[in-house]
Structures are given as structure tokens and as C-alpha cells.
Design a protein around this ligand. Structure first.
Ligand SMILES: *Cc1c(COP(=O)(O)O)cnc(C)c1O
Length: 378
């Protein structure tokens, strides 16, 4: 997973993730730690261990293989936490490990359900699963109309046991889309009633981070928290910004300044000469580029780095392993010193949302991509 040869240092503060988890526990009732995609770039096993110390006993990963890796880690630590596999089994090889590693898959199609039932018969052993419903995301899951057939199939395959029912919200982080969320919530409630009536006592979960912070009415028995654990505010920049106050970003990314030189007025810099100095300038050449997941799309977008405690604008095109910054007003910028791309100390720290806005993306993608660099835990 790690991009091996560069000078980047991704610093992860596990104490921040633990504090964010505690904050979320104060808002929800039972928080499932969503640690898919290498814990959004923060490290699968490291984050799981940190959350377990706070009492988190259920984790959600993406793929079956990720779940197997997590199970091995947890078992070695003497923990038998529940592991939910959000993507469910995708190919035939994904079925046997569900039993071997005691994973609870999301099952959202008859194809998956039949394959699971066949495997259960083969193994002669039951398996717990979470029934995944599509209530408006239109991505994965059984629909309301599938319920009669689903209940029939469940009765015929008693070895596969639904212990959980889940659905995912499409607009929880958009205060202006509450109506859509309420539609999803109503649909989910009807599905749960049908399951209860049919005798299935399931643990229901619908809320993601934004649902936990902004919509107590959709909390049900448990809640799946991702982005807020890592300290990004799902409501950043919206009218509900205050609901994410107190979350602390856990990731800081920094690298070294390679050289500092002057650029006379009228001089241009980097590929394509897209930036021309409008005054005599000093520029720092920083050891990061798009090969390190610092996107070339950050070119020309008023992106900044934090150098010697000051903001330094990115100038010219972001290259493969180098990026130039304007340090005319930062006399302390010197070769060998740090340049911070994300996070940092004090009020000038670069927030995940700020970097994401320069990048034309969201904090989720910033974490997942930059987190592929070498991490250190502080
Ligand atoms: C990723 C994911 C989550 C977590 O969402 P956040 O917005 O990061 O809190 C919850 N549920 C499912 C199904 C997911 O895929």
C-alpha cells in the first residue's frame, strides 16, 4: 500500500482518533468504527487497536480480504470484536473466508444470498450476516419490493442468519436535503417492521457520521462512523458546521524543502511556464508531487503549504516529485526544513476541507490518497 520512495511523512495522532470516537459515543448509542480503505488512509490495524482501547467492539471494513487481515490482527491481540464487510462477498473466493475469519458480510442481492446458502450447506455451519437494503442510494442492496421473496428465501436457508439490517444515507451531510433523508429513513423503518413481523430480531443501523451528528431520529440500534473518527467535519462549510465542532483531524502530512532560490520579476517556473513572477520572488522547491498522491490538479488552484509557520502559495505546475512554493515573505524557509501539506500547528493549520477544496474533492479522498505514503504514529 505504501508509496515507498519519497520524503513524505504522514503523521497520525491516534489520540485524536480516540477522542473523536469518544465524542461520537456521546452523540450516538453504539458506534461501529468504519475502517475500510486502510482506515481512510490512517492504517487498518493501528486504528482498530486504538478504537478497541476505547471500547469499540465492532468494526466495518470494505473487502473480505481486509476483514481477514483485521481478524488475524485482533486475534493476535486477544480481541474477538465483530467485523462487518461492507462490500460483501464479490467473487467465489470471498465466501469460505467469511466462516474461517468469522466475518459478518453485508448481503444485498439474491445472487449473494444463494451463494452464501450453498456455502453454508457445504460447510454445515451457520453464518451471521447483515441484510443490506437500498432505500435511496441506488447502489447496493435489496429493495422494499424484494421483501416477500427475501423472507421466503431466508426461511428456506436457516443456516444464514440475519443479525443486522443496514442501509446507507445519500444526503446526510447536506442540510438542505433533509427531505430525501427522511424518505430513506421511512423506507428503512417499513423494512424493519416487516423483518420484525417475520420474526427476525435484527440490530438496525442507518446513520453514517453526518447521520450521527445531525439526525438523531435515524440512530436505530447502532451507527457506522467513518469520516468523523478521522476528525473531518461532514458538515464543514454548511449551515450545520457547528455540529462537527470538537472533532480533531488526526492526519498531518509533511515533506522536506529541497532548495530555495530567487526568481526575478518576469521569470517563469515549472513545466509549461504557466506561472510568471510579477515581482522579484523567492521560491522553495518542495519534495512532493503527484507520484506521492499530491494531485497535479492542485496546480493553479490557490493551494498553499505551511512553511516555517506561514502560508506559502503553490506556484506553477505540480510535477511528479517536486512542487514550487512562493516563500518571498518567509525568510525562514530553508532547504532541509519541513513543508506541511496537510494539518500543522496553530491557527494556520491546513484543514482537510481546505486542502480538499483546492483539490476539487472531499476530505475522504484527501485522507485515502495522502495516507498511502509512509506513516508514523505519534
Ligand atoms: C464508508 C461507509 C460509512 C461511513 O461513512 P462516513 O460518511 O465516513 O461516516 C458508513 N456506511 C457505509 C455502508 C459505508 O460504506
Amino acid at each position: 500500500m505504501t508509496i515507498a520512495f519519497n520524503k513524505l511523512e504522514v503523521r497520525i495522532r491516534l489520540t485524536a482518533i480516540r477522542a473523536n470516537y469518544r465524542l461520537l459515543c456521546g452523540r450516538g448509542s453504539r458506534i461501529i468504527g468504519v475502517i475500510k480503505a486502510d482506515a481512510y488512509g490512517h492504517g487498518l490495524t493501528e486504528v482498530a487497536s486504538a478504537l478497541a482501547k476505547e471500547g469499540c467492539d465492532t468494526f466495518a471494513v470494505g473487502t473480505v480480504a481486509e476483514g481477514a487481515a483485521l481478524r488475524q490482527h485482533l486475534t493476535a491481540k486477544g480481541l474477538n470484536s465483530r467485523i462487518i464487510v461492507l462490500l460483501g462477498p464479490i467473487d467465489p473466493d470471498d465466501y469460505p473466508p467469511l466462516w474461517e475469519y468469522s466475518l459478518i458480510p453485508f448481503i444485498g442481492s439474491f445472487r449473494q444470498l444463494e451463494a452464501l446458502a450453498r456455502q453454508a450447506a457445504r460447510v454445515g455451519k451457520g453464518l451471521e450476516m447483515s441484510l443490506k437494503f437500498d432505500t435511496g442510494m441506488a447502489r447496493l442492496g435489496f429493495c422494499m419490493e424484494d421483501l416477500p421473496r427475501l423472507l421466503d428465501r431466508l426461511r428456506e436457508a436457516p443456516l444464514v442468519r440475519p443479525v443486522m439490517a443496514s442501509s446507507h444515507l445519500a444526503t446526510a451531510d447536506q442540510p438542505e436535503s433533509v427531505d430525501y433523508l427522511m424518505g430513506q429513513a421511512e423506507c428503512f423503518t417499513s423494512i424493519l417492521s416487516a423483518l420484525t413481523e417475520a420474526g427476525y430480531a435484527v440490530e438496525a443501523n442507518l446513520a453514517n457520521s453526518a447521520g450521527i451528528l445531525g439526525h438523531p431520529s435515524v440512530h436505530h440500534q447502532s451507527q457506522r462512523a467513518g469520516i468523523a473518527l478521522y476528525g473531518a467535519n461532514p458538515f464543514a462549510g454548511t449551515a450545520w458546521d457547528h455540529l462537527g465542532r470538537g472533532l480533531a483531524p488526526a492526519m498531518t502530512v509533511r515533506t522536506r524543502i529541497v532548495s530555495v532560490h530567487s526568481l526575478p520579476k518576469g521569470g517563469c517556473i515549472s513545466y509549461g511556464c504557466t506561472f510568471t513572477a510579477d515581482r522579484d520572488m523567492r521560491v522553495a522547491i518542495v519534495a512532493v508531487g503527484y507520484a506521492d498522491a499530491y494531485s497535479r490538479c492542485l496546480t493553479g488552484k490557490s493551494a498553499q503549504m505551511l512553511i516555517a509557520g506561514r502560508r506559502a502559495p503553490v506556484v506553477g505546475r505540480v510535477c511528479m516529485q517536486l512542487t514550487a512554493c512562493d516563500v518571498t515573505d518567509i525568510p525562514d524557509a530553508r532547504p532541509g526544513e519541513w513543508a506541511t501539506l496537510l494539518g500543522g500547528d496553530g491557527p494556520l493549520a491546513i484543514s482537510p476541507e481546505e486542502l480538499a477544496s483546492w483539490w476539487d474533492t472531499i476530505s475522504y479522498e484527501v485522507f485515502c490518497l495522502l495516507g498511502m505514503n509512509r506513516r508514523v504514529y505519534i
